[in-house]
Design a protein around this ligand. Sequence first.
Ligand code: CLN
Length: 147
Amino acid sequence: MADFDAVLKFWGPVEADYDNIGNMVLTRLFAEHPDTQKLFPKFAGIGQGDMAGNAAISAHGATVLKKLGEVLKAKGNHASIVKPLANSHATKHKIAINNFKLITEIIVKVMQEKAGLDAAGQTALRNVMGVFIADMDANYKELGFSG
Ligand code: CLN
């Protein structure tokens, strides 16, 4: 699918700085949607002002972006990546699907600022995330998780 390549064109700067960009994504997600911070017991009590320098937030942000990079590089052939992610997010972390839509818009903005993601790239990223989220949701339904 062309959308995966259109996003991968801008992935270089993200891959070169997973920790910082990952930190930025989570810090901004928690600022704009404070309820999402509550989904992470390990980040309870960290204030907005302390997030940029927080190593645990950077490490988790990097984990998320690395996994997203795997999804992009699989170019749609991502069933074996999505299945375990859906399992953990549904049954262990109890994450409602809507949260993936929230983080999508944050990643679009951060990649616009930090990787020069242009209008076509933004559309492509929204499309790619739409496919990823639909596949997560299909797995959620199989698991009987209503999120
Ligand atoms: Fe997530 C853990 C990838 C969005 C909440 N998440 C993980 C792990 C990933 C990962 C790899 C570690 C392995 C595992 O448990 O499985 N997450 C992703 C990707 C996306 C993502 C890729 C979307 C781009 N995750 C989310 C949110 C949701 C969330 C929709 C809340 C806001 S953004 N994720 C979690 C939580 C954990 C986790 C609570 C467990 C963190 C921990 O305690 O270590």
